[in-house]
Write a protein that binds this ligand. Structure first.
Ligand SMILES: [Mn+2]
Length: 197
């Protein structure tokens, strides 16, 4: 189904010298909402990828559940596997609300229609088969609100760039890629999403 309310552009690159990127993402727009998730498998390479992809598959099969239920399912799935850090954004088109939750170092920057930036504070820890309290950041959608979700390969300096205030999501990932340093020492994923009423 075509997306009606969300414009999305994604940048992803594995750590220098690696074939597998340990980061996995998933997004989907339905009639009533949108979900986007990003997981970074601990360490790097094939096993990191296995865990982060497993979590994406679990989320894909449970997109309409509340965030805490989704995270519980992911936790169960990771028993005996490498842990991940995880960020999930849910948008409700009818209520005009969004919620974001992250476990560990997945960041979110939200830029309102009138260019006000808001960053979540990444927390310690990771998801790995045991349950933990979940903090959920909630807010109201505004026209042309931009959500930027990223793994820890993205730095605060990158995020302070002026081009993040633009409203063309492809242009933002293009500029990000252009200015990115050659010697990235971590897998890097940047998802840029814009809401339109
Ligand atoms: Mn990482």
């Amino acid at each position: 189904m075509a997306r009606k309310h969300m414009d999305i552009s994604v940048f992803q690159k594995p750590k220098k010298g690696n074939y597998y990127c340990g980061d996995s993402y998933f997004y989907k727009e339905t009639d009533h909402g949108f979900i986007c998730a990003l997981a970074d498998g601990l360490g790097s390479g094939e096993y990191a990828k296995e865990s982060s992809q497993l979590v994406m598959d679990i989320i894909e099969s449970n997109i309409d559940e509340p965030l805490d239920q989704i995270v519980k399912r992911c936790n169960k799935g990771l028993v005996g596997k490498r842990g991940v850090v995880l960020g999930i954004l849910q948008v409700d088109f009818n209520e005009k609300k969004y919620s974001f939750s992250s476990i560990g170092n997945i960041g979110m920057m939200i830029i309102s229609g009138d260019s006000e930036k808001k960053r979540n504070i990444p927390n310690a820890g990771y998801l790995g088969g045991y349950s933990r309290p979940l903090k959920v950041l909630r807010g109201t959608l505004s026209e042309e609100m931009v959500f930027v979700m990223f793994s820890d390969g993205v730095t605060s300096i990158d995020l302070s760039a002026k081009y993040f205030l633009g409203k063309d999501v492809s242009k933002i990932t293009e500029m990000f890629s252009y200015y990115l340093s050659e010697t990235m020492d971590d897998d890097t994923t940047l998802l840029v999403m814009k809401y339109k009423a």
